[in-house]
Structures are given as structure tokens and as C-alpha cells.
Design a binder for this molecule. Structure first.
Ligand code: NAP
Length: 506
């Protein structure tokens, strides 16, 4: 069932920050899976680069251990062959040593890509040295990680710095949510079927909910997170991208700029958000676990670990349809999903006792990627014409069977797109800036008002006020996985170890 693997062109991929957490947990295990699937040609080479003084073999050992730990089940022989493709060079992004060594390892006539898996403060220095030492030319590609700035001014400055050395067509800004199978399926479902698109507008859609709920706390990222918060860490990028894909007009072609032009129009059509329509939260300590403030080691922190908001898109398609976004840490269930809730039928021929029923299309990003369409049917049996809602469920794991294991995870798919030179699933500079231009006034408003997030219990659905946001609009979302009257009810499903490790997205 999984489509045929077509090898990409031969490449040299340099990973700056090749010894870091992201490289070891995500990038290199992902590349190993692409190698294992036959997508990486014989001539592909990967070079780790960081300041640590280590030889090629020590790096290969480090990556072997990382793949064993984070890469899921694997064939040890294949892993040995894969690490044989790895090389390492010690370079300091801020210094001038090591660059000639690195240049000596790069080959002519193959795709050349540089992955900046380092802090954003090093992007400029790396870009400058790649050009200055002649490692990159007009065909080379650079991949940059999030966070892409912390406000509009810093994102603009980053864009200016990168564009001093590279054209926009060479810059691949990663948002790994765009690499998820279901996210791309969202476009396939919307624009590949006649069924949904005629209904995909304010006339038929009551409202849309986008939820990215995590059960984990801020983990070892407390220092970074406390300066960012859920708004910068999740809403400005991941949730905004999901919103764009769900709300955009059909692009003329499935091509990078056609798709990104349409996404940009959605962001630009967003109304400013009234602060009454936003709820911020911070998780509290429970019997066994410290709370947010202890985790970030800042007892006076006013950073949000949860945010919920009601948005409006002012255009012909969506005027009058609210979009509810929410995301947070330490919540009851781990669930990333989008629920498109259609309106009630205009008239019930079954009378008031049949109750109100709504179709809900639920698109699950994790866990257990797939889609569910809730349809109303007659309750089986002799009790007269009573109606119930049942899900038509399409879990990819069920639909694809054992092949589901071979569906690439977000990082590996996106890196292969870099090698292919396909920017469709990467954020363009103007998109990132537009998202910050919408986000900044919200954050500035909190600062100006001295806003303090509402406390919520760890393992709950977030602050009560967030539920009230939806209840005020008398919204009902009943009997569907994950969402019930605005509450998180999704239960983690049984997963294979490989799925589990892939789902733990960074
Ligand atoms: P990390 O674990 O701190 O690793 C940083 C890497 O950069 C190390 O390999 C480090 O090695 C190298 N490095 C630091 N300073 C350097 C310099 N001056 N020159 C060359 N190399 C240098 O960080 P990370 O978690 O991997 O994150 C990397 C980037 O990805 C960050 O921008 C982060 O925000 C982003 N990101 C990370 C995750 C995640 O899950 N980890 C998720 C999304 C985005 P040396 O110390 O040996 O130089």
C-alpha cells in the first residue's frame, strides 16, 4: 500500500550541530530509516559538524548508539553500512578553523545541503562562512530549524541575514508539523475529493477546533520555554500552519509558491484577537510532580504553558465561522487533532426527540494518525426512529497494515524534500513574518496588562475558562474521539515501539 520508494539524487548533507539532541534523536535516526528503505543512493554522504574535537569513528559510534536508542527496530548490518556513510569535521561557527577541511570533503556534481541544527544566533555566522570559504554556491540549500525569531523584528533580521548569502529558493525553514503524513493528507482530502470542498465554508461549517495537547511538562527545555511560552513555541508556527492548511483556498497547482501564497493569504486575513477571546494557563504542582514555575526555576514566571483562543478569518469563505485553537503541556491526553464541525441539518424530519446531530470530520495527527467522519444513522433495533452518531474511522495503521511502519516520519520526509529541491512543505520568509505580525500584538498586550496565566491542574483539560470560551458559544462536540464538549478525552492507543519513537516529535 505504501507508494514505491524512489531514490533521491546523490547528495552531501552537512549537519551543523551533528552531535546535538535534535540530530541524535530525530535527524540521523530519520536518515537511517530513509537509507534502510532504499531512498538514499549509494553516493549519499552525511557529514556531522560541531565544535567538539572528535574523529570520524567517535562520531559514527555516537550515531550508532543514537539510532539504537531512538530509531526503533533495525537491522544491525544495515546500521553498520549506514554509519559507514558518516563523516565528521570539527568547526566552530564563530571561528575560522576547520572550514577548509570541511570544504575538502564536499564533492562536485552532487546536491549540497547544509542543515543548521544549532541555535538561531549561529545562523548568520554559518551562512557567512559557507559563502566566505566557498563551500556553498547558488545551487546549495540551507535548512534552518525553529525557532525562527522570537518576534517580527528578530524574524525579519534573520531573514535579512540569510538572504545576504542565499536566495529564498535556497532556504528551507522547517516546521516539522508540515512533514506529517496526515497534514499532507489534509490537502489530499480537501483537494482530491469532490465530497468535502463544496461544504468547506461558513455556510456549512459551524466551527473548527485545532488542538495540540501534550501530557509532558517542559522537560529539559525550561530555560528556553520560559522565554517563549505556548504562544511562541506552538501557536505562531505549528498551529498557525495547521490553520492555514485547513482554511486556505485551493492553490492552482501543488507547487511550492502556489501553496505558500494561499497560506499567506489566510494569515493576512486573520482578525486581531480580542484578549477576552484568549485564555492562558500555567500548570500547577500535583502530589508527585512540581508545577510549571518549579520546572522553569522561576517562581514569578508569568509565561503560559497553555493557551486557547477563538479566531476569526475575515474572508468570503470563513466570515462567521469561529476557529478554536488550543495547546498546552501537562494535559490529560496527548492528542493533536483538527475537528471540522458541520452545521445542523436545516430541518429535522424526525422530530425534536431525535435530538440534534452534527457531522464532525476529525483529522488525527497523533497518536494513531488517521481520520474519522462522524455520520448520523438510525439506532439499530426496534425502538423506532432514534438517531445515533457513529464514526467512519480510517486509521492509517489499519488501512496500510504492516506497511504503516514504512511511512516516513516528518523529519525524514522533509530532509528528502530538501534533497529533491521541493519547498512546498517549508515556510517561506514572508509567511513567517506574517505569522509574527499577527502574534506580536497579542503577546505585547499581555505584557502591557501584566496578564497572569490561570493555574490549571496537571492532567486536566486546561483552565476552566478555556472550556468556557467554547461553552459561551454553546458548542457541542459529542461522542467523537479526543474531543467531547470541548474536553480532552483521547486515550493513548497501543503503539509499536517504532511508531512510539516516531511520534515523540521534538
Ligand atoms: P543542542 O543539543 O544544544 O545541540 C547544539 C549543537 O550545536 C551541538 O552539536 C553543539 O555541539 C553545536 N554547536 C554549538 N555551538 C556551536 C558552534 N559555535 N559551532 C558549531 N557547532 C556548535 O541543541 P538541539 O536541541 O540539538 O537544538 C538544535 C536547534 O534545533 C536549536 O535551534 C533548537 O531550538 C532547534 N530545535 C530542537 C529541537 C529538539 O527537540 N532538540 C526541536 C525543534 C527545534 P558542540 O557543543 O560540540 O559545538
Amino acid at each position: 500500500m505504501v507508494s514505491r520508494v524512489i531514490p533521491v539524487d546523490p547528495f552531501d548533507l552537512v549537519i551543523f550541530g551533528g552531535t546535538g539532541d535534535l540530530a541524535r534523536r530525530k535527524i540521523l535516526p530519520g536518515l537511517f530509516r530513509r537509507f534502510n528503505s532504499g531512498q538514499m543512493p549509494e553516493e549519499a554522504r552525511i557529514i556531522g559538524a560541531a565544535r567538539s574535537d572528535m574523529g570520524r569513528e567517535a562520531f559514527q559510534d555516537m550515531i550508532r548508539k543514537a539510532v539504537e536508542e531512538f530509531g526503533g527496530p533495525h537491522d544491525p548490518e544495515a546500521l553498520t553500512e549506514f554509519v559507514g556513510r558518516l563523516d565528521y569535521v570539527a568547526v566552530d561557527a564563530m571561528g575560522d578553523g576547520g572550514w577548509e577541511d570541511l570544504k575538502g570533503k564536499l564533492r562536485a556534481g552532487v546536491v549540497r545541503a547544509f542543515y543548521f541544527s544549532v541555535g538561531p544566533s549561529l545562523f548568520g555566522a554559518l551562512a557567512e562562512r559557507l559563502r566566505g570559504f566557498g563551500l556553498a554556491d547558488d545551487d546549495s540549500r540551507v535548512v534552518v530549524e525553529k525557532p525562527f525569531g522570537h518576534d517580527l523584528a528578530s524574524a525579519r533580521a534573520l531573514n535579512v541575514t540569510l538572504r545576504e548569502h542565499f536566495h529564498e529558493e535556497q532556504i528551507y525553514r522547517i516546521d516539522h508539523y508540515l512533514g506529517k503524513e496526515t497534514v499532507q493528507n489534509l490537502m489530499a482530502v480537501r483537494f482530491g475529493n469532490m465530497l468535502f470542498e463544496p461544504l468547506w465554508n461558513a455556510q456549512y461549517v459551524d466551527h473548527i477546533q485545532i488542538t495540540v495537547a501534550e501530557t509532558v511538562d517542559v522537560g529539559g527545555r525550561g530555560g528556553y520555554y520560559d522565554k517563549a511560552g505556548a504562544m511562541r513555541d506552538m501557536v505562531q508556527n505549528h498551529l498557525m500552519q495547521l490553520l492555514c492548511l485547513i482554511a486556505m483556498e485551493p492553490p492552482a497547482r501543488f507547487e511550492p509558491d502556489s501553496v505558500r501564497d494561499e497560506k499567506l493569504k489566510v494569515i493576512r486575513a486573520l482578525d486581531p484577537v480580542d484578549y477576552h477571546q484568549i485564555v492562558r494557563g500555567q500548570y500547577e504542582a500535583d502530589d508527585s510532580q512540581p508545577g510549571y514555575r518549579a520546572h522553569v526555576d522561576n517562581q514569578r514566571s508569568t509565561t503560559e504553558s497553555f493557551v486557547a483562543m477563538k479566531l476569526a478569518i475575515s474572508n468570503w469563505r470563513w466570515a462567521g465561522t469561529p476557529f478554536y485553537l488550543r495547546t498546552g503541556k501537562k494535559l490529560r491526553a496527548r492528542a493533536s487533532e483538527i475537528a471540522v464541525v458541520f452545521k445542523d441539518a436545516p430541518h429535522s424530519i424526525f422530530g425534536p426527540e431525535a435530538g440534534t446531530h452534527r457531522n464532525v470530520l476529525t483529522i488525527r495527527l497523533q497518536p494513531n494518525e488517521g481520520m474519522t467522519l462522524g455520520v448520523t444513522i438510525k439506532e439499530p433495533g426496534p425502538g423506532g426512529m432514534r438517531l445515533i452518531d457513529v464514526p467512519l474511522d480510517m486509521s492509517f495503521a489499519d488501512a496500510l497494515g504492516p506497511d504503516a511502519e514504512d511511512v516516513p516520519d516528518a523529519y525524514e520526509r522533509l530532509i528528502m524534500d530538501v534533497i529533491r529541491g521541493n519547498q512546498t512543505l517549508f515556510m517561506r520568509g514572508d509567511e513567517v513574518e506574517a505569522a509574527w505580525a499577527w502574534t506580536d500584538p497579542i503577546i505585547e498586550g499581555w505584557t502591557a496588562r501584566g496578564d497572569v496565566p490561570k493555574p490549571y491542574d496537571a492532567g486536566s483539560s486546561g483552565p476552566e475558562d478555556a472550556l468556557m470560551l467554547m461553552h459561551k458559544d454553546e458548542l457541542k462536540v459529542a461522542r467523537y474521539p479526543g474531543l467531547r464538549a470541548g474536553r480532552l478525552t483521547g486515550r493513548p492507543m497501543a503503539r509499536t515501539p517504532a511508531q512510539a519513537s516516531r511520534e515523540e516529535e521534538a
